[in-house]
Design a binder for this molecule. Structure first.
Ligand code: ADP
Ligand code: MG
Length: 256
């Protein structure tokens, strides 16, 4: 049965999608069966996996709102070895349409049930908000991966997210835990980043992943080719770090 993880941080541009897409590719390269769920109306994980978000017959929106099955809506892009549940801007409407639905936080969880045996990992790329969509992600998941840049305000934003995770754990999903904090876009030459990284380790100890993802332009270029960095340029420093991250995730999951 699949282990389900959200990649979440309510800030935008902190590396969620890059992490979700590259972790999916990295786990697939380790022969894991992976489903990547795009839970962001921006559809960046969809495009970054090589799917044209404007040309999808079905998307996650219809799964959440219209009762289309996940089996019918998922896709296998040509260039990658994992499945994708695509999203596009229609998904923004789900936020409103779900409000009146019973058990509205658990709709995604319900939809996932039928495919859970098909995968070893389900990764959910969350939108940059603590919204009903993100809640659906958190209510479906066994754990949360939090990518973060080691910047001055990073720790401050973190407490809101950690509090939300605690509340979801207490009220909606007893299985939910923080799997780890992933330092991304890291530049060791910047003293402040080193300092914030040290603070993170003091505060969160073993919850900080060992792997550090460097700032690397190949990771930023890959989406414009519709490819994860790990597939686009496997030998780049960024890709190598995400490949290592896949191995570290496998170890953490074994220890769960
Ligand atoms: P989010 O999903 O949290 O909004 P993204 O993953 O889309 O964040 O990343 C924001 C931007 O930073 C994107 O343009 C992405 O290509 C770039 N980026 C992400 N990680 C790295 C990295 N390690 N090195 C260089 N650029 C990165
Ligand atoms: Mg994103």
């Amino acid at each position: 049965m699949a282990k389900i993880f959200c990649v979440a941080n309510q800030k935008g541009g902190v590396g969620k999608t890059t992490t979700a897409v590259n972790l999916a590719a990295s786990l697939a390269a380790l022969d894991q069966r992976v489903l990547l769920i795009d839970l962001d109306p921006q559809g960046n994980a969809t495009m970054g996996s090589g799917i044209d978000k404007a040309a999808c017959e079905h998307t996650i929106y219809e799964v959440l709102v219209d009762g289309v099955t996940l089996r019918d809506a998922r896709k296998r892009p040509e260039a990658v070895d994992y499945d994708v549940l695509p999203a596009n801007r229609e998904l923004a409407g789900a936020e409103v349409e779900l409000v009146g639905v019973e058990n509205r936080e658990h709709v995604l969880r319900g939809a996932l049930a039928e495919v859970i045996e098909d995968y070893d990992f389900v990764l959910i790329d969350c939108p940059p908000a603590l919204s009903l969509l993100t809640l659906n992600g958190l209510c479906s998941a066994d754990g949360v991966i939090i990518p973060m840049q080691c910047e001055y305000f990073a720790l401050e934003g973190l407490s809101d997210l950690v509090n939300t995770i605690k509340q979801v754990h207490a009220n909606l999903n007893r299985d939910l835990k923080v799997i780890g904090l992933l330092r991304v876009m890291f530049d060791p030459r910047i003293t402040l980043q080193q300092q914030v990284s040290d603070q993170l380790k003091e505060h969160f100890g073993g919850k900080v992943f060992d792997v550090v993802i460097p700032r690397n332009v190949r990771l930023a270029e890959a989406p414009s080719y519709g490819l994860p960095g790990v597939v686009f340029d496997k030998s780049s420093r960024g890709a190598q770090a995400y490949i290592q991250f896949g191995t570290e995730m496998m170890e953490r999951v074994r220890a769960l």
